[in-house]
Design a protein around this ligand. Sequence first.
Ligand code: TGC
Ligand code: FAD
Length: 405
Amino acid sequence: MSTNQVEANVNKRSANDLFESPDFYNIDDLLNEEHKLIRSSIRDFVKKEISPYIEDWCEKAHFPYEIVKKFGDIGAFGPTIPEQYGGGGLDYISYGLIMQEIERGDSGMRSTASVQGSLVMYPIYKFGTEEQRNKYLPKLASGEHLGCFGLTEPDHGSNPSGMITNFTDEGDHYLLNGAKMWISNSPKADIAVVWAKNEEGRIHGLIVERGMEGFSTPETHGKWSLRASTTGELVFDNVKVPKDNLLPGKSGLGAPLMCLDSARYGIAWGALGAAMDCYDSARRYASERIQFDKPIASFQLVQKKLAEMLTEITKGQLLNWKLGMMMNEGTATTPQISMAKRNSVEMALNIAREARQIHGGMGITGEYPMMRHMMNLESVVTYEGTHDIHLLILGADITGIPAFA
Ligand code: TGC
Ligand code: FAD
């Protein structure tokens, strides 16, 4: 493809991104002016910096590294982290809206942002020393550094408590061994927050830096999902980790699970964004596409699809907003977060499929976003706890009987 053709495609996609979010229940009345301003600035950013390019990035499985600095500039990294460490000092509704708008553009782009904020900056802020906060957080917030979060292992996905990655105390440093798999951002990350067991089998968080001898981050290829996000392994072969790099504030599986609470909350909003994008595209297409001499929007079966999509999106908006208020108060529980993550992702997958049908054959092309969202959402329904693990978290809460093992 010539440069002119590429530019023409970019301009066309830029001009084609007419996205508007639905607000059937006047949920905007529940937002303050700052929330609306943040949402509109992130929406403008996505229209300018993501929509024109995302299909090409996904087709080529290209992670646009330059987006990291741009996300830093717009405050997408660590929105709830205090300003003194470079964060946004914002509330959880603002955080949710930022994730909604970015994932409206693409789930892989939201992954980049939510890993950095919820899974790297959050544990350093929450469990780190003042020195660790000052050393790492400002650079992560600005996008000068990219981080990743290593919990999953080749043989321990849904059950991270069985992890094998471990470290031993060697007097003036720790020696880290093991491997992590399916790690978002890892091939380009400057630092990794890694969860590993000490000699007593207790889980701790360690900050591992690129360049440490014995530390490598091979990329995972062949993904049909989240193609604009980079994914890889973390391999630790006798890595000497300075003792200052251990996060001292919390140990045990509860520490990474606290980080996951924050990230799963962001996904609940993000997946809603992907659903909104599919709905918005379907609504527009249905009114323009003529069959049997009428817009297809005039057929009852198409209206049924649109009405059901809007109903599910509206329910999701209300669930997320209320959850956000509980996050602000510090009262949201893990099962409440599981319900919202699970609900949003399933709803978004269903809407992507229905919206694709409304677009007929055109729906399978990159001219429209549904296939990309649909493929991305297959990762989103799996990571941060699979759909069934969240169901079991709810089941355990309802019955008091954990059914995981
Ligand atoms: P369980 O016995 O339930 O709990 C172990 C300890 O943790 C405590 N705890 C929590 N503490 C704080 N916050 C929470 N949310 C907590 N949940 C549990 C709990 O009280 C206990 O403490 P203690 O002191 O008694 O030891 O743990 P379990 O081993 O039975 O596992 C439960 C289960 C299956 C729900 C959990 O392991 C789980 O959630 N598994 C799913 C794994 C997962 O979500 N992995 C995500 C990896 S990261 C990722 O996917 C990033 S994708 C990023 C992107 O690109 O966007
Ligand atoms: P498994 O745990 O092997 O599960 C396989 C199937 O078995 C699932 O359907 C599951 O629901 C089911 N199952 C398992 N246990 C039970 C049970 N007790 N009862 C009923 N059903 C059960 N991890 C990180 O640490 N950091 C990251 O940045 C990260 N990024 C990711 C990016 C991508 C693109 C993907 C795909 C994954 C990422 N992950 C990351 C890993 C992700 O969290 C795991 O894939 C997920 O937790 C599931 O683990 P698994 O793939 O090993 O599946």
